[in-house]
Ligand binder design. Structure first.
Ligand code: C2E
Ligand code: CA
Ligand code: CA
Length: 416
């Protein structure tokens, strides 16, 4: 195995790839220099080369790798057998394929790789080219960013959550804008809760929502969020702005059959229409407890609230079950939107979700729009609204007002 040290960085090098450790597995020695040059040129400093699956497994046992770029056809051990061995070893980095095989076969092998518990990052065609390799490196960094952001934060102690909810003033509404896909006009926002402790530090939802859910405090939390959301919308209405918002519900909220009437009271006290509000429930939670929640959901719809299936695509809903639900909106999970340009299966799922939703009379929101390509694909495939970091990150409600005013007219969907 050959390990290259730092080399002279050439055109197109990127600091963001400098820390990546990449192992190339390919029996074609003539291509080694090519792929190494491309990787070094893109800024990768640590490149390992293995001539066979067996040699690569030795390298995996001896060192850590962020990415294995593996040829599918190799004498001795092919890429599929190699993946099984990697799975047994619990390899934690990303795996990408290089091959002259057709795209469908590569996609199937990709599924096999995932079935071994590995992270499949895509395939690039042979002979190695700059573009394909750069896309794979981008996917590695994307995975790393996701992994670090999905680290579960420390949970707030239940006493802190209970006392904070009793005294009030701890919850802040942050808003993440949504845009109309066709016109590029601002539609409104999703309300996302933040916990502010007395020192001013902000905590993300997954550090206290599970605590509230487990200790019977989620109704208080949802009520406080909803009251704040309604107050913002009413104030903006008084200033001539028509902002539609979504509020997240927990499945635990639906156990309380008084919820619909409480929400209606808050809305009518502010002289607003329930149609300005959409209530989001995740697809997985809905599947778990569909029957018991149907009454509350149906009453919410009857009174005019919008209802949204959140994180769609993660829970394997069948068309038959979807038809039963009185939902008005489908939010396709960001797993099928971010990076859809280079992931054919994500595009297929996105397209069929749009078709199903439209045939049931629902609108479709694409979540996780991070790039211009994501926005273009989601729009081309028929999504009605877009949401994601590429449009705007969640922001405090006061900042959102300015954002909304700036985007109230038609314009390009992404400014960057
Ligand atoms: P969610 O409803 O799926 O909300 C979207 C989450 O994805 C937000 O994280 C948002 O910041 C993030 N996000 C948005 N666009 C992008 C993007 O382009 N790329 C990436 N990588 N991420 C993006 P946040 O604010 O941390 O919220 C996490 C979850 O907490 C929410 O997921 C929702 O399930 C829950 N949550 C938030 N607020 C509430 C609430 O008031 N009540 C309840 N029950 N749950 C809430
Ligand atoms: Ca949501
Ligand atoms: Ca979501």
């Amino acid at each position: 195995m050959i390990l290259t040290g730092p080399t002279e960085a050439t055109m197109g090098a990127s600091d963001s790839y400098a820390s990546l450790r990449v192992l190339v597995v390919d029996d074609d020695e003539l291509l080694h220099a090519v792929v190494q040059q491309i990787l070094n040129g893109l800024g990768v400093v640590h490149v390992g080369i293995a001539l066979s699956g067996a040699e690569a497994l030795l390298a995996v046992d001896r060192a850590e790798w962020d990415l294995i770029l593996c040829d599918l056809w190799m004498p001795g051990m092919d890429g599929i057998q190699f993946a099984r061995h990697l799975g047994v070893r619990g390899f934690a980095g990303g795996v990408a394929l290089t091959s002259a095989a057709d795209g469908r076969l590569l996609a199937t092998v990709g599924h096999l790789i995932e079935a071994h518990g590995l992270r499949f990052l895509g395939a690039c065609e042979k002979p190695y080219g700059w573009r394909g390799v750069r896309e794979i490196l981008g996917a590695v960094n994307g995975q790393r960013a996701r992994a670090s952001s999905s680290v579960v934060p420390e949970l707030l102690p239940v006493d802190v959550v209970r006392e904070g909810l009793c005294l009030g003033g701890r919850l802040q509404v942050w808003m993440q804008p949504t845009l109309d896909a066709r016109s590029g006009k601002a539609l409104g926002a999703e309300c996302l809760v933040r916990w502010q402790d007395p020192g001013g530090a902000l905590h993300p939802p997954n550090s206290f929502i599970p605590v509230a859910e487990q200790h019977g405090l989620i109704d208080q939390l949802t009520d406080q969020m909803f009251v704040q959301a309604v107050a913002h919308i009413a104030r903006w209405r008084d200033e001539g702005l028509r902002v539609k918002v979504s509020v997240n519900l927990s499945m635990e909220n639906l156990a309380d059959i008084g919820l619909t009437d409480r929400l209606l009271d808050v809305v009518s006290a502010a002289r607003l229409s329930p149609s300005m509000f959409t209530l989001e429930l995740t697809e997985t939670s809905l599947l778990e407890r569909l029957q018991s929640s149907l009454e509350v959901l149906t009453r919410m719809r009857l009174h005019g609230f919008g209802l949204s299936i959140d994180d769609f695509g993660t829970g394997h809903s069948s068309l038959g079950r979807l038809k039963l639900l009185p939902f008005t909106e489908l939010k396709v999970d960001r797993a099928f939107v971010s990076g859809a340009a280079r992931d054919r299966s994500a595009r297929v799922i996105l397209a069929s979700s749009v078709q199903i939703a439209h045939s049931l009379g629902m609108t479709v929101v694409a979540e996780g729009v991070e790039t211009t390509d994501d926005a273009a694909i989601a729009t081309d495939l028929g999504c009605d609204a877009l949401q994601g970091y590429g449009i705007a990150r969640p922001m405090p409600a006061v900042e959102f007002e300015g954002w909304f005013r700036r985007h109230a007219g038609a314009g390009p969907v992404l400014t960057r």
